[in-house]
Design a protein around this ligand. Structure first.
Ligand code: ADE
Length: 233
């Protein structure tokens, strides 16, 4: 039986999903509140992980150990790294990389975690395909959807220089602060995953102004997509 773990870093990214679901069990662990129940007829566990890679990794491990989830979806917002991808648009992960990992001195690629055997974490292809199809139904009028590489690091990117470096070094489509840790922990636990991010800002000098203005709307677009997507997985 499928049971889908849905992670948002912030309450604003999961509040609608929680309000729409029938909650059957609430479990508190590692300062996170896991809501287990039924959303749109599908067994789910919805949780706010908190911001950053450590929170995100711990959250996945709990979803694996305590809830036996079969799939993991990360919903949330991100900064765009591609001029064609605008505020309100959606990026669906093809693969996910850390932009703040550097063991190049030992011959690893930039972003590659040593001794793991993978250079990036590849999202589940079927989940990616279904997300792109779901987008046509829930958000076609509102925004454009792009498949692309998601970059993560413990850094809110809000400078032209950093953005340029990330684009040149990693060829990412968007940047955020949890996706790669979720992907990494899902990979270690053999759980298929997809990262879905709506764009709240351009990850450059304009991000400081744009992010607070568009955070809520972008978070809502991604959550609405997820609510439909889970019925098709
Ligand atoms: N989440 C939303 N926008 C972001 C940005 N510019 N950098 C990191 N995380 C983000």
């Amino acid at each position: 039986m499928k049971k889908i773990g849905i992670i948002g870093a912030m309450e604003i990214e999961v509040e609608t999903l929680k309000s729409h679901m029938e909650i059957k069990r609430t479990v508190e662990k590692a300062s996170m509140v896991f809501e287990e129940g039924v959303l749109n007829g599908v067994d789910v566990v919805v949780v706010r992980s908190g911001v950053g890679k450590v929170n995100a990794g711990i959250c996945v491990q709990i979803l694996a150990d305590l809830f036996d989830v079969t799939h993991i979806i990360n919903t949330g917002v991100a900064g765009s790294l591609d001029a064609a991808i605008n505020i309100g648009d959606i990026v669906v992960s093809t693969d996910v990389m850390y932009h703040d990992v550097d063991a190049t001195i030992f011959g690893y690629d930039l972003g590659e975690v040593p001794q793991l055997g993978v250079k990036s974490f590849v999202a589940d292809q079927s989940m990616v395909k279904k997300t792109m199809e779901a987008l046509q139904i829930t958000a076609k009028e509102e925004c454009a959807g792009y498949e692309g590489r998601v970059l993560s690091g413990d850094q809110f990117v809000a400078s032209d220089d950093v953005k340029t470096r990330l684009v040149n070094q990693f060829k990412g489509s968007c940047t955020e602060m949890e996706g790669c840790a979720i992907a990494h922990a899902s990979y270690l636990n053999h759980i298929p995953f997809v990262i879905i991010r709506a764009i709240s800002d351009k990850a450059d000098h304009s991000a400081e102004v744009d992010y607070p203005s568009f955070e809520k709307k972008a978070a809502g677009i991604s959550a609405k997509l997820v609510e439909y997507l889970i019925t098709t997985i």
